[in-house]
Design a protein around this ligand. Structure first.
Ligand code: FE2
Length: 189
């Protein structure tokens, strides 16, 4: 089966009109990530970090992420539900709860190719790629991902600061550069 971004976006848009929008979106995402080869044929074989918007409007956002090997992305909130579909590699999520201004770990969840993880609107998580392969995922968020101010927290101190997309991208780029400099060959797919 072919993966088509426009079709996928329209299926997500239709799912938003269901009585349980996030669960309906989960089904759309699950169907997509059950065919990793089709997604790779459409979006490219993972070979470098990426935060690629596939769709943005007031109701939902679709982002295509490629995490480099060994990535450790700091805790952050979204302030909207999210549905994480993984089609390559591993995404280790650490979940947090608030403790005053800081956050403390409340759980862990691993996602592998074919898995779909759901996060609620009040979720706080950090993301890690523990493997030496690229993590490839399609995330659907229940609003305009870029329009809402939100927080991130320092991984070591737990101190909050405004979320910065630029910081995230810089971390992805630095992690990839470090990995490539250490690796004798390139990372697998
Ligand atoms: Fe996130």
């Amino acid at each position: 089966m072919r993966f088509d971004v426009d079709d996928f976006v329209e299926q997500c848009r239709a799912a938003l009109d269901e009585s349980e929008p996030q669960l309906a979106v989960r089904d759309v995402v699950a169907r997509a990530v059950s065919q990793p080869a089709a997604i790779k044929a459409a979006l490219g074989t993972p070979n470098g970090w990426k935060t690629e918007p596939l769709h943005i409007d007031d109701r939902f956002t679709v982002l295509h992420f490629i995490w480099p090997p060994t990535l450790e992305l700091f805790p952050h909130e979204h302030k909207m539900w999210s549905t994480v579909g993984i089609y390559g590699g591993i995404e280790d999520n650490t979940l947090y709860r608030r403790d005053g201004d800081r956050v403390v770990v409340s759980g862990h969840r691993r996602g592998e190719a074919g898995d779909v993880l759901l996060l609620g609107a009040d979720a706080i998580h950090s993301v890690e790629n523990p493997s030496r392969q690229w993590t490839a995922a399609i995330h659907v968020y229940g609003s305009d991902f870029f329009a809402h101010p939100r927080l991130q927290w320092d991984l070591k101190t737990g101190e909050p600061q405004p979320f910065s997309l630029a910081n995230s991208k810089a971390l992805l780029a630095a992690t990839e550069a470090h990995f490539r400099s250490e690796a004798s060959g390139g990372p697998g797919v």
